[in-house]
Design a protein around this ligand. Structure first.
Ligand code: ARG
Length: 462
């Protein structure tokens, strides 16, 4: 072998150093060593079970691969750039260790179905980790909704105070989003969880292999149906990125709320010292860096989704080396998302909410005006007419520097004859209680929703 490469038979000159550097993926795909070794062990066992290699060779190969795994985990393995990628690094090391039996491992296999297998296994594991972290964060939101069951904040539309809501209702909105994110991950997992091994380079292999045996051994639910698709499909990577990006966007929105709520302008919540940072020049500062980063990290996860789509768009079937570029973005999103989920879950319970400030802000700025209009409408006044009358009252109060609560019954009656004393009873608590409807922010509705969410989560843990 003049090139020193496992694929070097038809080459008469070694590759240029630059090509080695450009072509190699070992710097990052070494992270797939566990998946690669698991895939090779399953493949070797199948080759023996189908009589393609001897049981003695299988035993040597399996033993050698396990030794290599132990070496990698013990930091004793030398990853070599001239050996290109994780697949060739492990195969070459196995050959160094065993000699001939190792050189039978790649029978009825290509690096193309091998890498597709590794990445599918990796994505499956990443999804399982994401689901664990999502469940943990959902539990945190539910627990916080229980702890803050009576805390009120203004609800916003257009970031203008709109109607009072329970903080718990707001938190549970995020629990709903994260539940859908978990569903998306679960669906992505099912699509990723099929075995491409046996597709060979692109056209299938010429041995009587047992693809189902390999699939079962690796915990796949089935096998891919088309060899070309098997080696060129990375939609399962895009699926992962899409679910991750939407989760990151949800976390970003929550993070943005935390930035707002902990500002002096809102002042609904205070950051724990353990989850805040200071300024190197302004001694008084306490910054919500954790929330800002949770918001900012979504940019890379979104970018990685776009990268994965762009990577695929121009590739003819089947495998192309472009595919190698799928990994760093994938690893980056996995690491980023898992860390963000973890830190947000750790931070949320440390927030202190200012209940008095929340109640005060919740009714300021005429936030009960809808309830006053509803009061008229419930007495037969067309809602548009009620809206108009209350709008005029709001304008008047604004001019006079008063609130709706300051108005006398005579002033109400002057605005619309259908008003009666009952209107004076409208307050924050009546406004909330009036919304004990399914999906509403009334305290009973929210308590029911919270316990339903808790049960749903419990059920998923099964
Ligand atoms: N390192 C390659 C990748 O990540 C492995 C597959 C290489 N296959 C090939 N035919 N060169 O995609």
């Amino acid at each position: 072998m003049t090139t020193g490469k496992l694929w070097g038979g038809r080459f008469s000159r070694p590759t240029h150093d630059l090509v080695d550097a450009f072509n190699a993926s070992i710097a990052f795909d070494r992270r797939l060593y566990r998946e690669d070794i698991a895939g090779s062990i399953a493949h070797a066992r199948m080759l023996a079970a189908t009589g393609i290699i001897s049981e003695a060779d299988r035993d040597a190969i399996v033993g050698g691969l396990e030794a290599i795994r132990a070496d990698i985990e013990g930091g004793r393995f030398e990853f070599r750039t001239d050996r290109e990628d994780i697949h060739l690094n492990i195969e070459a090391a196995l050959a160094d260790l065993l000699g001939e039996p190792a050189r039978r491992l790649h029978t009825a296999r290509s690096r193309n179905d091998q890498v597709a297998t590794d990445v599918r296994l990796f994505v499956r594991g990443a999804i399982d980790d994401s689901l664990d972290r999502l469940r943990a964060l959902r539990q945190v939101l539910i627990d916080l909704a229980r702890r803050e069951a009576s805390t009120v904040i203004p609800g916003y539309t257009h970031l203008q105070r709109a109607q009072p809501i329970l903080l718990a209702h707001h938190l549970l909105a995020y629990e709903e989003m994260l539940t859908r994110d978990a569903e998306r991950f679960t669906q992505a997992r099912a699509r990723a969880n099929v075995s491409p091994l046996g597709a060979g380079a692109l056209a299938g292999v010429t041995y009587s292999i047992d693809r189902d045996l390999v699939a079962r051994e690796l915990g796949f639910e089935g096998i891919t149906a088309n060899s070309l698709d098997a080696v060129s499909d990375r939609d399962f990577v895009v699926d992962y990125h899409a679910a991750a990006a939407l989760t990151a966007v949800h976390l970003s929105r929550l993070a943005e709320e935390l930035v707002l709520w902990t500002s002096a302008e809102f002042a609904f919540a205070r950051l724990d010292d353990a989850f805040a940072t200071g300024s190197s020049i302004m001694p008084q500062k306490k910054n919500a860096d954790v929330a800002e980063l949770a918001r900012g990290k979504s940019a890379r996860v979104i970018g990685n989704l776009v990268q994965s789509l762009t990577l695929l768009k121009g590739q003819p079937l089947a495998y192309n080396k472009d595919m190698q570029e799928d990994k760093e973005a994938l690893f980056d999103s996995v690491d980023t998302l898992l860390l963000t989920l973890e830190v947000v879950a750790a931070m949320l319970p440390t927030l202190t909410f200012d209940a008095a400030r929340g109640r005060e802000a919740a009714v300021a700025n005429f936030a009960l005006a809808t309830d006053v209009a509803d009061f008229l409408a419930k007495r037969g006044v067309p809602f548009r007419e009620a809206h108009e009358a209350v709008g005029a009252l709001v304008a008047r109060c604004e001019r006079e520097g008063r609130t709706l609560a300051d108005l006398t019954i005579e002033e109400y009656r002057a605005a619309h004859p259908a008003f009666d004393e009952g209107v004076l009873a409208i307050d924050l608590d009546s406004a909330l209680a009036a919304r004990n409807v399914p999906g509403g922010t009334g305290p009973e509705a929210v308590a029911r929703a919270r316990e339903a969410a808790a049960q749903r989560l419990e059920g998923e843990r099964g």
